[in-house]
Design a protein. Structure first.
Length: 361
């Protein structure tokens, strides 16, 4: 090896070590924050339901150490146990999913779900309600034809009085804006960042009755393995009065039976407080069924087959006033699993993801 090659090799080795150190620092910070979140949530649940017993806590600890690779994965098991009043083998803690499972079943390619500005070109026309993409300061229609600056407003509001903008890399209801023509004309588009403009959806009458004013979404979670797509969980997310769209920080989530589409009698607030009626509309959940549910499941399976290299995906689905199934967003990176695990789980048990706890990756 000559001197130049040796220097390049040393630089490469040094770079890898630095990245590894930075990753470990980032991981340690995440685990500290995550434990605080789980601890605070547990405190709220136990204040209503009572503390979990020492025996149950020991089961969580033993399972985390022996099956998942560390006691730091126990806090979310405490939360699941407190909600259900029992410990269940096979539960996947949220931080275990993020740090151990995601790197194995998704990898870097999952980050394509962050780029909403180009999502329609991956899934094809008619899947999303996308109407225009804003990329690098330029507006494009769905045929990738650039729109002249003077025609942007007339084109955007040709068929609707409202339009939705979603920033790339937005999630949990953040980075989402609803505009009418007057409010959008007052905005400097360059300040919004890259993203996608979507048609505003007039939602199905059932969801409008449950919570008028913002579009209810169904979060459907699917797993693909060996070419087969499984639907493992589903919940209906309802916004609150006065909000323009559903936000994770305030949403009411109602479990949905994945076989029938029936809503559970009780939904949950963000701190897992059970509610049988929507806090604002006072509408009950029990006895209701999601419209065209089997069509939703069929479409989600087709969607996931378009990205078979991403092992688990969370799909956000809306149903419009004409009962059409519309894909609003998809989360291919760290899609939230703690809710379905807590109220419907363990839903991932058959995949054997616990083995990743003892992997060096």
């Amino acid at each position: 090896m000559n001197a130049g090659s040796l220097v390049k090799s040393l630089r490469s080795t040094f770079s890898i070590k630095i990245r590894l150190i930075l990753y470990k620092i980032k991981l340690a910070e995440y685990l500290i924050i995550d434990r605080k979140v789980a601890k605070e949530l547990l405190r709220k649940i136990e204040s209503r339901k009572g503390k979990i017993s020492k025996k149950l806590r020991k089961q969580c600890n033993d399972y985390a150490k022996e099956n998942l690779g560390g006691i730091h994965f126990a806090p979310w098991l405490y939360v699941y146990t407190a909600i259900n009043g029992e410990f269940r083998e096979g539960w996947i803690p949220d931080n275990f999913y993020a740090n151990k499972v995601v790197p194995h079943i998704k990898g870097n390619t999952s980050k394509i779900s962050n780029y909403k500005s180009v999502q329609c070109f991956l899934f094809g026309p008619g899947v999303f309600p996308d109407s225009f993409s804003y990329i690098n300061g330029r507006v494009f229609d769905m045929n990738l034809t650039e729109i002249d600056q003077g025609n942007i407003m007339s084109r955007m509001f040709r068929n609707s009085q409202r339009i939705v903008f979603k920033q790339d890399d937005s999630n949990q209801g953040l980075g989402v804006y609803v505009f009418d023509r007057k409010s959008l004309e007052a905005v400097d588009l360059s300040k919004l960042g890259d993203g996608v403009f979507q048609c505003f959806i007039e939602q199905h009458v059932l969801f409008e009755r449950l919570c008028p004013g913002n579009v209810a979404t169904l979060r459907v979670t699917s797993v693909i393995e060996g070419g087969k797509v499984d639907i493992v969980g589903c919940n209906l997310r309802l916004g609150r009065s006065g909000e323009t769209h559903v936000q994770s920080s305030s949403a009411i989530k109602i479990p949905v039976d994945i076989d029938s589409g029936s809503l559970a009698k009780s939904g949950y607030t963000t701190d897992f407080r059970e509610v049988e009626v929507h806090p604002d509309s006072k509408q009950e959940f029990g006895g209701l069924e999601v419209p065209v549910f089997h069509e939703i499941i069929e479409k989600v399976i087709l969607f996931h087959r378009k990205v078979p290299f991403i092992g688990c995906v969370g799909w956000d689905i809306a149903i419009d006033s004409l009962s059409r199934v519309i894909l609003l967003e998809w989360e291919g990176t760290h899609n939230d699993v703690k809710f379905i695990e807590a109220v419907q789980g363990p839903v991932f048990r058959k995949y054997g993801w616990e083995k990743y706890g003892h992997s060096k990756k």
